[in-house]
Every structure is written in C-alpha cells, then in structure tokens.
Design a protein around this ligand. Sequence first.
Ligand SMILES: Nc1ncnc2c1ncn2[C@@H]1O[C@H](COP(=O)(O)OP(=O)(O)O)[C@@H](O)[C@H]1O
Ligand SMILES: [Mg+2]
Length: 394
Amino acid sequence: MLESGVNQQDTDVYPYPVARIGIVGGGQLGRMMVRAAKSIGCACVVLDPTPNSPAGQVSGHQIVGDYHDPVALRELVESCDVTTFEIEDVDTHTLIELSRAGRRIYPCPSLLADIQDKLCQKRALSAAGIATAEFVAADRPDAGEFARFGYPLVQKARRGGYDGRGVQVMHCADDFKYHLPVPSLIERFIPSDKELAVMVARGQDGDTRCYPPVEMCVHANENILDLLLAPARISAEVAEAARKLAIDTVAALAGVGIFGIELFLTQNQELLVNEVAPRTHNSGHYTIEACMTDQFEQHLRAITGLPLGSTDLLAPAAMINLLGVPGFGGRPVIRGLRAALAVPGVSLHLYGKSTTHAYRKMGHVTVLDDDIEQARDKAEQVRDLIRIEGEERI
Ligand SMILES: Nc1ncnc2c1ncn2[C@@H]1O[C@H](COP(=O)(O)OP(=O)(O)O)[C@@H](O)[C@H]1O
Ligand SMILES: [Mg+2]
C-alpha cells in the first residue's frame, strides 16, 4: 500500500500484503498484533533480542537484535512500510532520526520519548491541563525532600519501570529505607475507589474511537493486573467522564495509534490520570473476544491510515493474567488446562514463552458471560484451576 505508488484514496486498491509492519519488541503484545495484522492482510517483521520470540514465532520474520541497537532498528524500519512498538523501553534517538528522514513510525517517537520518562510524561499531562496526582521531581531521592512533600507518597523511577517494578509506595518516613536509588518523581498516594483503564485509538486524521472504561484489580504485592472487568462497574456519569478524560489525554498528546490510559477513581468519585501507555495494553486484551474490533487491529488500522473500527462491547468480559508460579523456572508445565477449558465462555491465550519465572506473564484467559459477576466468578475459578509451573524448582 504505502510505498507501492497506488493511491488508495482515489482507488481504494491495495497490494497484498497491504502493508509490512515493523514491530519493535517481540513479546505477547507483539504476538497478538501479528495475529491481527495477518487477518487484515498485513505482514510483520519483529525486532527482539531473543530468537523465536513470542511475536517472532507467529510473524515468521524476526530480526534478532536489541531495541537499543541503532543498526537493528534501522534495518527494521527500512524493511517496513510502517513501524510501531509494543514496548516503551526502546532507543528513541534512532527512531526520531528515521522519522525525521521520512520513515513512518507511529506513535511518533518523540512522543514515545516523553512518555517513557515518567517525569516528562507527568509534566506533559499537567501542561495540557489533564488531572493527575500532584508530583515533584526527585532526581536524587532525599529523605528530607520526601518528608517535605509529605507521606503517604509514591516514588516512581523516571525510566525503565513496568508491571510495578520501579514503583514504591511509602506510607511514612520510616519507609524511606525502601526508596529506589534512581532518578525519580514522587507523587501523592491516591487512595482510590477503583483503578480504571480506557483504551483510545486515534488515526492520522485525528479520528478517535474509545473503548468502554474497564476496571483493573491490581495484584496487591506485585502491582500486576490481576483481574480485569469490562465494562467497569461504575455509574454512567463516571463512565462518560472517564471516556472524555482519556480522549482529551490522547488528543492533547496528538497521539496516533492506540493508547491505554490508566485512571484512578478517587473515593470522592474524581478521576485522575495515573499513566499513559502509548501502545496496546494488558487491560485491552479482552477486546479480542468481547469487542467488535480488537485493540490490536484497531492500532494497525490507525497507523496504516485505514478507517477505525467499532469499539462496541459485544458481551461483558472478565480477564485474568496467567502468571508464572513463584518457586519455578525453566520450561513451563501447565496444570489444570483441561478443567479450565471446560468452563463455558473461556478463551485461552498462551504466549509461547519457552521459560517461566515468578509472576512472568505467560498467558491470559478471557471469559465472556452475559452477566459480569458471573464472568468474574468464572475467571476466578479458572485462575484457581490453572497453574503455570516450571520443570525446575528454584
Ligand atoms: N499515586 C498513586 N497512589 C496510589 N497507588 C498508586 C499510585 N501510583 C501507582 N500506584 C499503584 O501502583 C501500580 C503501578 O503503578 P504505575 O504508575 O501504573 O506503574 P507501572 O508502569 O508499573 O504500571 C498502580 O496500578 C497502582 O496500583
Ligand atoms: Mg501502570
């Protein structure tokens, strides 16, 4: 399509494959994106340092290289019509250069550069008037500075954190001993009623589609998404306000592609943006079965200039992550599969990771049911049935 010289606007004629998509990162998000790409006629090339990565296995074409290796990134971008990413911790300098040289990379790598630094991200959000928890920079974490800001607070590493790594909740001055010794920001601890997420897709022409707000129940110790409910059990007014806040956030960032907006719903029913993921998101996996257009296809439509699809929810859904059981490593051993798959409405996704470790995301399960509480009960039942252990005890 894009470099073929065919003018699709006039003719709506495409070569096949429709576009070659470069994906930086070969994890589960990339894997699910490759599947969606194939169904809309696109081919994918994946860049990941681990040979036979989850996404590489299904794309059939992987460049084995690091996300920070300029040579590998250049090779990926130059061999594709459009490049995107499934992770944030990538070399944005090279991507910005390539983008300036006319290569199509979405979301825009300079936006990725702002978002991958949590302090820059919060500054960009507050400059745009988006409500977030009050924060200050803490480049060299200091007990006096933390005390002046006031406890309880949350310290967040500026870079490199994910799935709760790089986030430290501190209730009192004594907790300073647990601080992360890295450039950070500190922000108010928000005693939230619920954590919500809203996926928003925005096309190159600014056309925007928003998925229903979902409810994220976060694993108490590990800060990893434990259970997701779609739609969130909130009032219609709060749902509308959450959608508006998420759409305003993506518009303020002039994002192209899909974005996951994590929100806190405070005990006073106020909404604050916690963070922005400039990519498909764990809270959007349920869209594969439960929505008219899933988040992966939607993202691809946005970045290739195809029309965005409907975000309508077809059925209530609950989703759980399948995490590696602590104490095991090596090749995965899956227990309880037969019992879990016998539960009506269950869809299983395993990510093809050749080794497991404690709390590693190995797969997920989505359950559809006309009744959200039933969906939740079944998802919890499946969580208790399936155990991903490993061949090695560690
Ligand atoms: N300001 C805050 N107040 C209360 N809890 C928070 C705050 N910031 C983060 N958390 C908790 O920590 C989790 C992980 O933090 P987050 O900023 O989303 O980082 P990550 O990049 O690891 O997802 C959140 O989902 C939430 O449960
Ligand atoms: Mg988060």
